[in-house]
Design a protein around this ligand. Structure first.
Ligand code: MSP
Length: 510
């Protein structure tokens, strides 16, 4: 039976245009999706937009358009950006679609049927930009403890979800499932938060209208986070829990998110799911935040990194690479164009790009590009082969723990070893001695074989560059054509393949 893999990004607010924070999670999810597809998993990669709520209603009012017009416009800009960024999502959900609205109403009814919803009055603070409730005690200097923006006093009739009921079960679950919230530091944060006690959660609002009406009391709209989180289910066809797709994918869910929305995902969401008797997602992984040239990105500074601009300037694959190479996933990091250029020139152009053009150039010069059947492997060849094989296994492990940074580190160790292999084997010297013809063929073969495995390894991160490498190695496209077990085997490069020198894989920047 093939295993299933369900990976999600947060659904993004459409009050504004996409920026690097959105691109970051989405690229990470894309890399995971591509890797798992290649490894033979049945994959569902889900993304979309979060379109309801007070923030959206206000943003639309400020711009003098309807919330739906604003949502349509910005949802399109997310879809266009993902198209340009080679994001291989399987499904895009908008929370204003009927399939979603009906699913949310059904979820709400089921929670109510469990006796988990009651009518009361909410009286505390609300942060509109974060769409999140806070008590007086949680505020920091009277401001939102998460984003430090002003909060608003809310006093209104509200439906509540009995979250307190689930505190013990959630704590027990967290204890028994170390893989549930990652990385470890985030898990600890959530455990102490839950241990500190869960209050019932306000899940409806009456002071604005842009949302999904509460079933049986349309004066209220459903809290935007209950609405939004439900997308992970409705996108799979919920409330139909029996469909083949739902049963296959739901329990394998991996939610990639930013650290600022951890509590919603690791506390509220599991409690909602327990209420309706659904299994919890397998993993919630919270990554860190980017600053830009050392400063926090904000509307007032107007310094959000625009992914489209970076792609136009530096190319798509280098940008994708940089996002996952610069900072360990889970940590915070800084985006600077100087750092991006440095990595392009040294790691992409110099280490990998040059390796490909050197090997392609020598093969063209010494054997008209043709790969000979390799002779017996000597010590140097064996070492290269062993590193390549170990790299494949170690990268697999890095993917299992969402360690993209480590995966790329390992891949570049192989790049560098292959460069050294070429230096030490000195094909240019072998070429001078007709008696060394077989040895020359073996060296070129081993170098090309390592490059082929490198193309396979970088493919989830840089799909276009990998295809171009594949092409220059004279291999039939697409790169996914062969099953993984065959493609990942050292020696699968067919003798007779014809290498050719193409344009530079990554042009150097001044
Ligand atoms: N709509 C909610 C998510 C609902 S999911 C059921 C939301 N949307 S958002 O558009 O504001 O943010 C989406 C993601 O972008 C979050 O994961 C957030 O962490 C991420 N980022 C926003 N700014 C960021 C950085 N500066 N750096 C990295 N990621 C950042 O929240």
């Amino acid at each position: 039976m093939t295993s299933s893999f369900y990976v999600t990004t947060p659904i993004y607010y459409v009050n504004d245009a996409p920026h690097i924070g959105h691109a970051y999670t989405t690229v990470a999810a894309d890399v995971l999706a591509r890797y798992h597809r290649r490894r033979g998993f049945r994959v569902h990669f889900q993304t979309g937009t979060d379109e309801h709520g007070q923030k959206m209603q206000r943003a639309a009012e400020e711009r003098g358009v309807t919330p739906r017009e604003l949502a349509d416009r910005n949802a399109r800009s997310f879809q266009e950006l993902w198209g340009r960024m080679n994001i291989s999502y399987d499904n895009f959900i908008r929370t204003t679609e009927p399939r979603h609205e009906q699913g949310v109403a059904a979820l709400y009814r089921q929670m109510a049927a469990q006796g988990d919803i009651y009518l009361g009055e909410y009286e505390d603070w609300y942060c509109v930009p974060d769409e999140t409730y806070y008590t007086e005690l949680q505020l920091v200097d009277g401001k939102c403890p998460m984003c430090r923006r002003p909060v608003e006093k809310v006093k209104e009739e509200s439906y509540f979800f009995r979250m307190s009921r689930y505190q013990d079960r959630l704590l027990q679950y967290l204890n028994q499932h170390p893989e549930f919230v990652q990385p470890e530091t985030r898990r600890n944060e959530i455990m102490s938060f839950v241990a500190g006690g869960l209050r019932d959660l306000s899940i409806s609002r009456i002071s604005f209208t842009w949302g999904i009406p509460v079933p049986d009391n349309p004066r209220h709209v459903i809290y935007v986070w209950l609405d939004a989180l439900a997308n992970y289910l409705t996108a799979l066809g919920y409330p139909d829990r029996e469909s083949e797709g739902f049963r296959a994918f739901w329990p394998s869910a991996v939610h990639l998110i930013g650290k600022d929305i951890l509590r919603h995902h690791a506390v509220y969401w599991p409690c909602f799911l327990m209420s309706v008797g659904l299994p919890l997602p397998k993993t919630i992984f919270a990554h860190g935040w980017w600053t830009h040239e050392g400063r926090k990105m904000s509307k007032s500074l107007g310094n959000f990194v625009n992914p489209q601009v970076m792609i136009d300037r530096y190319g798509l694959d280098p940008f994708r690479y940089f996002l996952l190479r610069e900072v360990p996933f889970g940590g915070d990091g800084d985006f600077s164009e100087a750092a991006l250029k440095r990595r392009i020139n040294s790691e992409l152009a110099n280490d990998l790009g040059n390796l490909l053009s050197r090997v392609g150039g020598m093969a063209t010069k010494y054997s008209d590009g043709y790969m000979a059947r390799p002779g017996p492997l000597d010590r140097l060849d064996q070492d290269l082969r062993q590193t390549a094989e170990e790299t494949l296994a170690q990268v697999d492990h890095a993917f299992a723990i969402f360690d993209f940074y480590r995966a790329l580190d390992l891949i570049w160790i192989l790049v560098n070893q292959t460069n050294k292999y070429v230096d030490r084997s000195a094909p240019w010297t072998l070429a001078k001695d007709p008696a060394k013809k077989e040895r020359l063929g073996t060296v070129l073969y081993c170098a090309a074989e390592s490059l082929r495995l490198l193309a396979l390894l970088i493919a989830p991160f840089m799909p276009n560059a990998a295809e171009r490498m594949w092409d220059q190695l004279g291999l039939p496209e697409p790169i996914e054509k062969q099953p993984w077990s065959e493609a990942s085997r050292w020696g699968a490069l067919p003798p007779g393949a014809r290498l050719h020198k193409g344009p530079a894989l990554f042009p150097r920047l001044e």
